[in-house]
Structure formats: structure tokens, C-alpha cells
Design a binder for this molecule. Sequence first.
Ligand SMILES: Cc1ncc(COP(=O)(O)O)c(C=O)c1O
Length: 441
Amino acid sequence: MTEELDHGQTPATQGSRIDAYVDRYAARATGMVASEIRALFAVASRPEVVSLAGGMPYVTALPLDMVGELVSDLVTRRGPVALQYGSGQGDPHLREQICDVMRLEGIHAGANDVVVTVGSQQALDLITRIFIDPGDVVLAEGPSYVGALGTFAAYQAKVVHIAMDDQGIVPESLAQTIYALETAGAPIKFLYTIPTFHNPGGVTLNIARRQQVLDICQRAGILIIEDNPYGLLGFDGEPMRALRADNPDGVVYLGSFSKTLAPGFRVGWALAPHAIRDKLVLAMESAVLSHSSFTQLAVGQYLTTQPWREQIKTFRELYRERRDALLDALESLMPPEVTWTRPAGGFFVWATLPEGLDSKAILPRAVAERVAFVPGTGFFSDGSGARHMRLSYCYPEPDRIREGVRRLAGVIDQEIQLRDTFGTASARDHQGVDTPGPDLA
Ligand SMILES: Cc1ncc(COP(=O)(O)O)c(C=O)c1O
């Protein structure tokens, strides 16, 4: 008899992956599923693989020595505050500084309406928590940010996608969908949108459509959640004016220091109308009591002492060079049937494969050829997107990007030949949201 049995434990569950509590989970946990492509990405993170999959900012471009000094100085000078609990709403001085950052996008707001969160991801979670009952409808672009879809699934929201083209969300599609849902009596709780440098679409909502989207939602009484982590990473000209700048009462704005400084601080925020802000603070306190005082003060110190606008310019130039490398390589190497978006900022290009190709089926072959991307199905809640893939240019050096595209073009070329010889590959059934993991979000 084994020692385990002597102790009265069940051998079947010892060190195995069998879940003894499988029938005890809350219903909402059924929406939390790890992606079947996660295992593949473990392979894709090997150095020989060019990853066009990851959404990780290139933090190596930060003056890391300076960040080290700043953090050490913070502990020495302000340790008793930095290492203490803080308020649920966030450090007041940082909230003032956040208002300065948002002013670059035309937003004039008071620090009192800002709630500091653990990345904008937590803001998304809190917003969903306070608005969504199971079955409620959330409108979102199709495709949409995988981390948001995961959150909506976790709270059992029903995501209805709105068509998007190279100018962003299509207002007519938004209006028609709202009308159809209202006629059917479906409760729409909010529109979740990434108007600027979309993840994964790489497109930006044009100025005329911004006003139309605001008008449509205002008429229908639908709150807009404007998720804007990439807004300051535009490659041409001045930052776009945020939706929130033109409708303070109808928009909750989500911002983040993850792409303009570093995601490791996990500092983001929500700017919300008063009543929603109050609920967010209570939800924040129930989730984490208070955000880390340490990282909030570190970000505040960075903004006070460092030329942060210059650093954002450095990031913009770096990402512009990488965007150019990706677009040039796609232009010269991809088979002519493949199309893609041309981002004016942010991290991502959204590519569309020819009829009959399935990006998820192609991924294992691509990884075998040492290149990775994220298949399009991860960005839809309804199983569509098989003909699309997200290619990110934020992390690899330009030469690696070109090499990655060369490998990928070879794989797609072969797939086209296979299709022409054997006919259309049948896309596998897809259920639920693929969550490829934080580094790929
Ligand atoms: C559109 C979008 N929203 C939110 C986030 C979450 O960012 P964070 O929680 O790091 O602020 C990301 C991260 O990639 C994103 O792309």
C-alpha cells in the first residue's frame, strides 16, 4: 500500500490533472478557458522562433538605470508612504498627473474623477463587474481585444460584434445592431471600443465617425467604454482627440502606462462620470483594498522627474521603424491574395488570408518554420475570424521582423498550393474565447 493511501488520499487526484472540484465551480467559471494554442506559444517563445504574436512593449528602450535609481530613491525618501496601504481611488498626486497626460488627447478632467487601477485590464474588470449581469449584452468591434473578451466571458456577458473596416467601427452597423437588439428586448449595457490604433485591427476611427458613434450611443442611452492604451503612440502628427473629450457624461475612458512607460508597474486608470466613479472605487476596494502605493508613487516620480514626453517620442520612433519593416516585408514577400491593415500607430497589423485558409490550422506549421502569430479566432467571441491573423511589430528588431515575414509568407504560399490541389481546409469548430496569455494580449 502506498503512503498516499495510508494517509487516506485519493490516488487518482495525486499529482494528476483531474479536478476533484469540477462540479463545484460557479457558473461564471465555465467562461474561463485557457486557449488550446497556449501550449504552442510556449514553443513559440523559444529564441529561434520569430514571434509576431506577442503584444509586449519594448521596455528595453527605457533608461533602466534611471528607473532603478528612481525606485531606490523612492524607498529611501518616501518608504513609509510607498510601503503603506493607499486609498481605493489611488494616489491623489498621480491622479493629477494622469489628468495632465489625458490633456494631450483633448480631455479636461479633474483628478477626483480618476480611479487608478492595476493596469487598464483591472479597470475593464471593474467596469464589467459593476454593469454586467449574466446574459447582458456588450457591443464590441469585431475583432476586439482578447483580454476584454476574456473579462466579458468571465462575467457571462453576451458579446455582440459590430463591423469594423479600415476607418474603424462602422456607424451604420452600430446603429442597426442597437436597433435590432432593442427591438428584440436584449439589454445592452455598453459599447466597448478601442477607437485609436486598435488591438488587434491596427485601424483608427476617423474623425467624422467619432462624432457619429457618440451621437448614436447618446441617442440610444448607451454608455461607451473607450479603451485607449495606444493613443499616444501615433506615428504621424498630434494625438487623436479622445471620444471622452467630446462627451464627459457618456464615456468611461480607460488609460494605461503600460505602453508609454512599462507594463510591469501595472498602473492604469479609469476616468468616469461621478456616479460610476463611486461604484468603481467600491469595486476596487472589494477587489484589492488599494492599488500598490509603491508602483503608483514610482510612476508619479517618473512623471515628475523624467522627460516622459521625450520617452514616448523614443517609443513612437522605434515602433514606427518596426511598423515600416513589417509593412515593407509584407508588401514584397506575401502572396498577392493576402491583405492587411496599415496602422498609423500602436503595435498591430491585422492580416486577412485568402478564401479557404484557416489561420489556426496554419499556426503549428508556422511554428515549425520558426515564426508565430496570433490566429484571428482569439479576437471574436463567436468563433469567426479564421481567415485572419494578428501580426505584432512591437517587440522584434526590424531584421527579425523581415525574417519572420519571409518564413510566414513561405508557409502561406504552401497553404495556398495545398488548397488549390486538395480544396478548402474545413475550419475547426470554435467555441468560447481563446485566451492566449498576458504576454500575447
Ligand atoms: C486594447 C487593450 N486594452 C487593455 C490592455 C491592458 O493593458 P494594461 O492592463 O497593461 O494596462 C491592453 C494590453 O495589451 C490592450 O491592448
